[in-house]
Design a protein around this ligand. Sequence first.
Ligand SMILES: NC(=O)c1ccc[n+]([C@@H]2O[C@H](COP(=O)([O-])OP(=O)(O)OC[C@H]3O[C@@H](n4cnc5c(N)ncnc54)[C@H](O)[C@@H]3O)[C@@H](O)[C@H]2O)c1
Length: 290
Amino acid sequence: MPSLTREQCLAYGSRLKERTILITGAGSGFGRETALAFANLGAKVVLGDVNLTGLAETVQMVHAAHGSGVAVSAKCDVTAWDDQVALFDLGKKTFGSIDIVLPNAGISEVGLLSDHAGSGDRPTPPDMTTLEVDLIGVLYTTRLALWHFEKDTRVDPGLQCVCFTGSLSTFYGANNGPMYGASKAGILGIVKGILDHCQDSGIRAVTVCPYFTKTGLMTDDFVHPNPKQGMCNMEDVVAAFVVSITDPDHNFGCWLIPDAQGVFRMETTGQLVGAEGARRPKAEKVSAKL
Ligand SMILES: NC(=O)c1ccc[n+]([C@@H]2O[C@H](COP(=O)([O-])OP(=O)(O)OC[C@H]3O[C@@H](n4cnc5c(N)ncnc54)[C@H](O)[C@@H]3O)[C@@H](O)[C@H]2O)c1
């Protein structure tokens, strides 16, 4: 699995210039940091979130750095189809096209399948919120991305891409997170499912898979299960987003950030993915207990 320096990750960053990039969950964490990085590379950004305070902060940060013509935003709950339709429409109306889409909004596990407290003598149905945000919302965003790409009437639309926010859970599942793990594993299913269409249409469909990174998702009580491994650096995660979208030589793959030591590209066409591909080569392991 090739390891990439941040410099290598940014090598094709100029491909983002003048592209319109739509990001869900842009009010915090990866969504915010990618919005800033993409704007730095000359892109226009269309930002949605349910958290309006966080969203306004992100927009303010982009505008402070690049002026007010670079970002538009709207409240967008990814579980609401109409919210997502409206966000895409806003981007199209403002900037003329939607070129790159990040179905990024996500939450950690809400409720546990194994928690039956309060059920009495009858089982109660599970709380499906995590699946609704982390998987159904992603499917909505993906459908809208493909619709907008198809309706693009430019002779040469240029770079078109759906860039998914996976996780190491995409390959390994998540302890105490059956729906989170199922949702993140589901991203590979989505990529596989749209592969032929994307190949035929010249669309990129790529996945960035970070391990634990300090964002709004990481509550203060979070304890890293393997402290020696270290948290991922936000700069590496952002670099992985940039290279996954822009690398002209690799499509349908996964870019992994398994620890504090940088970015790996998984050699895959999207047809062949497996847990073995997500591991570092043995010699590069930072801990024998990984
Ligand atoms: N932080 C990590 O360690 C980590 C690792 C792997 C993957 N991820 C994934 O990264 C993505 C971004 O998360 P983050 O770590 O930046 O966390 P974050 O909490 O900082 O950002 C997530 C954003 O999504 C928004 N959001 C939540 N529900 C929403 C909804 N229904 N509609 C629209 N927006 C909604 C939140 O308001 C928040 O602004 C998620 O998909 C998450 O699963 C995070």
